[in-house]
Design a binder for this molecule. Structure first.
Ligand code: NAD
Length: 281
């Protein structure tokens, strides 16, 4: 049987550590505040925003909630971001995606001060990651690194293959694995022979957005498989981009969906909020 990488337990461990750190900061008179902005009331976004606020409450971070109507225009959102950028008492600003179509996401994300960009999406933070400088790191791939490290999985020297090249998962994931001294390949929708590439992987990170696409024939015997995908399938059941039942018997370790990468994303958002106190820009 493979090692099942328990994202629920590891995220709980991270949050407990953060809770202690936040309490220490409070003793020194430092309060950490996250501003959470939601535009419209997309049901999935409401769930995510709510979970983020609950996470803040658990570790002792103050959260400020901005719930704007669906018809909010870009200028209105930009002026709220400017206001929050200028507030000394706000450490982090999070704009829940997706935004309504009248608003250009890139313009909004680029307006958030890099020093408050706890999602790690600003080009300055992305650039810092690429050249190995301190900055905020995108939460989901950062969470994957924590899962690997805290499960005792060595990255240095390993063949790491990331499937997916999105700005929020695939690309930062590859950079982080490189930083940990993995030998990294990025595969994507135009990769000529995907199986040939993925079968080289000692560590395979899958972020495609296609339910159960990765079956055993894509995986080398004894590989570590990390499934970033999340989909609601038949009977409302969650599944990932990896066909867990097919792949698991072949692996040394694998993340389940749910309970793998998912819980780590919020834990690392909270981690970024706490590190905002220490990071220098
Ligand atoms: P995306 O759609 O932006 O990117 C998907 C990537 O997969 C693209 O770069 C594309 O080149 C590649 N791809 C698509 N079809 C392919 C194919 N047939 N073969 C090889 N590569 C292919 O998606 P994303 O935002 O990176 O998210 C990926 C998955 O991760 C989604 O299921 C998403 O829901 C999930 N996700 C989960 C979390 C979490 O917290 N667990 C966070 C972010 C994303």
């Amino acid at each position: 049987m493979p090692q099942i990488i328990d994202g629920k337990a590891i995220s709980a461990q991270v949050k407990e550590e953060l809770k202690e750190k936040v309490a220490k900061y409070k003793e020194q008179g430092i309060e950490i505040t996250l501003a959470v902005i939601q535009v419209g009331s997309d049901p999935a976004s409401c769930v995510y925003v709510n979970n983020k606020k609950k996470g803040c409450e658990f570790v002792g971070i103050r959260s400020l909630s901005y719930e704007l109507p669906e018809e909010t225009n870009q200028e209105e959102l930009l002026s709220l971001i400017d206001e929050l950028n200028n507030r000394q008492d706000v450490n982090g600003i999070l704009v829940q995606l997706p935004l309504p179509k009248q608003i250009d996401e890139e313009v909004i994300l680029n307006r958030i001060s890099p020093a408050k960009d706890v999602d790690g999406f600003h080009p300055m933070n992305v650039g810092a990651l690429c050249i190995g400088k301190p900055g905020f790191v995108s939460c989901t791939p950062y969470g994957v690194i924590q899962l690997l490290k805290r499960s005792g999985i060595e990255i240095a020297g390993k063949e790491c293959v990331v499937i997916g090249r999105s700005n929020i998962v695939g690309k930062p994931m590859a950079q982080l694995l490189l930083k940990e001294n993995g030998t990294v390949t990025i595969a994507h929708s135009k990769t000529a022979d995907l199986k040939e590439v993925t079968k080289r992987a000692d560590i395979l990170v899958v972020a495609i957005g296609k339910p159960k696409m990765i079956t055993a024939e894509y995986v080398k015997e004894g590989a570590v498989v990390i499934d970033v995908g999340i989909h609601r399938g038949e009977n409302n059941k969650l599944c990932g981009d990896v066909d867990f039942d097919d792949v698991a018997p072949k692996c040394a370790a694998i993340t389940p969906v749910p309970g793998g990468v998912g819980p780590m994303t919020i834990a690392m958002l909270l981690y970024n909020c706490v590190s905002s106190v220490e990071l220098e820009f």
